[in-house]
Write a protein that binds this ligand. Structure first.
Ligand code: PMP
Length: 363
């Protein structure tokens, strides 16, 4: 166990990592067992790193039950580069891509896709500050669309899909950056899933892309090499130097997840943690949850107080009390508690106790 003092880290990402993982990284940082060099120094072509990469992929496959129909890629450039790579690879000439505009990150994905080809915004809740998800009956889907793009968890607004939208035979693409592996995921219902690692999977620097193999046929040879999924798939994510440390740390987090009992166990823990926070938010009306109750995220819990003055005070006092990172995204204000997989339940209890006391004094 770490002997240093750690505060409660509610950051939306990069975010809290499991302490046993940090301990292992620290222990092995000078020399990986049996290697005699650190992960920061070894060649990505070494047998040691090949094993680390293969194990990270294997753990991901085990956790999510991913079949051999899918490739698992480790890329760079963040989820933001996927906003562009998805349409560059999958939006074939003459076709239209459908996008569900359900949050600020979805809006950014749409902006990039429009640079590549025809985009149909199938539904948007922007006019409601993205406080809810579009309902199935609101979706105006294009028959024969190249794909439908969704965002499984809206990090800024604190909403999340409980069930996938129905899109028929059209390939479903999902940005799962902020709730990847926080609950079971039916990969077989997706054509492509992408997620930056820095919330639920590891440190910043690596983006996981899970892509159904038939999709790779759409990647044109004329694409820039580094922008081509097929190239990365053919080269086992080793076309160029991969982010070795990030992949290594991600692999350790995946093993930790398996040790915790896998995705069902994570879902149970996450429901319990979020339930405590929403329970406190709803208790008296002093706090106001900003997301529609039916669409509430288990990862990013967004709430407000009656005035901005009171919110400022809340942030100031909670920070002083060792509850870090509760300030909402600058675009929406208020508070946001991000409670990803590795966020400990004691931290949620500490925040709930702080909220009760804050209300007692200020309410
Ligand atoms: N999509 C979602 C849902 C996100 O939360 C984020 C980052 N917060 C991004 C995309 C962008 O990710 P990155 O910073 O890795 O490019």
């Amino acid at each position: 166990m770490a002997t240093v003092h750690r505060i409660h880290n509610f950051s939306a990402g990069p975010a809290v990592l499991p302490v046993p993982v940090l301990d292992e990284i620290q222990r092995d940082l000078l020399s990986l067992p049996g290697v005699g060099m650190s992960i920061l120094e070894i060649s990505h072509r070494s047998a040691a790193f090949e094993r680390i990469l293969a194990e990270a992929e294997e753990s991901i496959r085990t956790l999510a039950g991913i079949s051999s129909d899918y490739k698992v890629l480790f890329l760079q450039g963040g989820a933001s580069l996927q906003f562009l790579m998805v349409p560059m690879n999958l939006l074939t000439a003459g076709a239209t891509a459908d996008y569900i505009d359900c949050g600020s990150w979805a809006e950014k994905a749409i902006k990039e896709a429009k640079k590549v080809g025809a985009v149909n915004v199938a539904a948007s809740t922007k006019a409601e500050n993205y406080s809810r998800l579009p309902k199935q009956e609101e979706l105006k889907l294009t028959p024969g669309a190249a794909y439908v793009h969704m965002t499984s968890n809206n990090t800024i607004e604190g909403t999340a899909y409980k069930t996938l939208p129905s899109v028929g035979d059209v390939p479903l693409v999902s940005d799962t950056s902020s709730n990847m592996f926080s609950r079971p995921i039916d990969v077989s219902k997706h054509a492509l899933i992408y997620a930056g690692a820095q919330k639920n999977m590891g440190p910043a620097g690596v983006t996981v892309v899970i892509v159904r193999q038939d999709m790779l046929q759409r990647s044109q040879k004329s694409l820039g090499t580094m922008l081509n999924y097929a190239v990365h798939a053919e080269n086992g994510s080793m076309y160029n130097t991969p982010p070795a440390f990030a992949v290594y740390a991600l692999g350790l987090v995946m093993k930790w997840l398996i040790g915790q009992g896998g995705l069902s166990a994570m879902a149970t823990a996450n429901e319990r943690k979020a339930g405590k926070l929403y329970g406190e938010i709803d208790r008296t009306g002093f706090y106001r949850g900003t997301a529609d109750k039916n669409d509430r995220s288990l990862m990013n819990v967004t709430f407000r107080l009656a005035t901005e003055e009171l919110e400022k005070q809340f942030i100031k006092e909670s920070t002083a009390a060792g509850l870090d990172g509760l300030k909402g995204h600058r675009s929406v204000g208020g508070m946001r508690a991000s409670i990803y997989n590795a966020f400990p339940e004691e931290g949620v209890d500490a925040l709930v106790a702080f909220m009760k006391e804050f209300e007692r004094v200020r309410g």
